[in-house]
Write a protein that binds this ligand. Structure first.
Ligand code: UDP
Length: 324
């Protein structure tokens, strides 16, 4: 039997594939390489290049492979772009989910672990955020992920499909093997952009807004290591096998850092001054997002291994300096 990882050539998907293969699982990857990278694909995985929305292609994969469970990462995930291209986001993310669930249903595959996001909450009413808190996304990206969660929710009573939606906060860091890490083209995420400065690829880091109602005026996020996320996905699959019950679960460290604090931590790790350029706010950004991760700990027995922000940034730095 095999686990299908949709989006397994992407940042979080590739780390999960490495972890699955390390634990002896057979892994099938589907990825259209629109935002994924061939270099992140594990050499032992069975790779099918194609788009989730292509029914015939996906049907072929399910016919060829003995798939017993699915982990779904394949989605557009940039807040800023989603504000400008909402239709593209709804088409790729929501329609992709429908085709995936239809194909799973047709092949009697009933377990799916889904890569959701803290962006489903929007501007939170309280910190830390619990899974039962209101979900009012402030951008189309979060809205598509919430819609995808809701589609799965209704497929549970109708078809007996069970899901775990993992709402992650800010994924970061890289595998300690230094072979895989965070790659995006163009890069828009904070930590990789900061680390481009000591790599000599950028003169300064832009800070989007210093007038938020936070201690230093910059946005606060909960940064969680990608290997801890990967571990949670595998635990979530096991949870589905053991309990046959759907769940929605936050994944974060439960600690918030401002943009300026992250830059300061990166200065320490890289021993480089990293100049800052203040810019206006980026559309769609909530001021503070910090998880209450208790449910993940209780339900999945999950405990993040990377809790020190400098250690987390160091794994990313090791990946970039090894790759360049
Ligand atoms: N950010 C920033 N400068 C950048 C990129 C990001 O100030 O060049 C801020 C962004 O406004 C947000 C935080 O860093 O408050 C994390 O952004 P990122 O895009 O990494 O992740 P997101 O929170 O959008 O998932």
């Amino acid at each position: 039997m095999a686990i299908l990882v949709v989006g397994g050539a992407g940042y979080i998907g590739s780390h999960t594939v490495y972890e699955l293969i390390e634990r002896g699982e057979d892994v099938v990857i589907v990825d259209n390489l629109q935002t994924g990278f061939r270099s992140l694909i594990h050499p032992q995985a069975h790779f099918y290049e194609g788009d989730l929305r292509d029914r015939e292609f996906l049907e072929h994969v399910f016919e060829q492979e003995p798939i017993e469970g699915v982990i779904h990462f394949a989605a557009n995930s940039l807040v800023g772009v989603s504000m400008k291209e909402p239709l593209e986001y709804f088409d790729n993310n929501v329609y992709g989910m429908i085709v995936l669930l239809e194909t799973m249903h047709a092949h009697n595959v009933r377990h799916i672990v889904f890569s959701s996001t803290a962006a489903t909450y929007g501007e939170p009413e309280r910190i830390p955020i619990e899974e039962t808190d209101p979900t009012v996304p402030t951008n189309p990206y979060g809205e598509t992920k919430l819609a995808m969660e809701k589609i799965m929710k209704w497929c549970d009573p109708a078809y007996g499909m069970k899901y775990v939606a993992l709402r992650y906060f800010n994924a970061c860091g890289a595998h300690p093997n230094k072979k895989i890490g965070e790659l995006h083209d163009p890069e828009t995420h904070l930590i990789p952009l900061i680390l481009q400065v000591p790599q000599g690829r950028r003169e300064a880091i832009s800070v989007f807004g210093n007038d938020y109602p936070t201690k230093d005026g910059t946005c606060i996020r909960d940064y969680i290591h990608v290997c801890d996320l990967a571990d949670a996905h595998i635990r979530a699959l096991r949870y589905l096998n053991e309990h046959e019950q759907s769940a929605t679960i936050n994944l974060g460290n439960g600690e918030g850092y401002s943009v300026l604090e992250i830059i300061e931590a990166a200065r320490k790790v890289t021993n480089h001054p990293i100049p800052v350029r203040m810019e206006p706010r980026r559309a769609g950004d909530p001021a503070r997002l910090v998880a209450n991760p208790e449910k993940a700990k209780n339900l999945l027995g999950w405990e993040p291994k990377y809790t020190d922000i400098e250690k987390i940034i160091e794994t990313a730095w090791n990946f970039y300096t090894n790759a360049s």
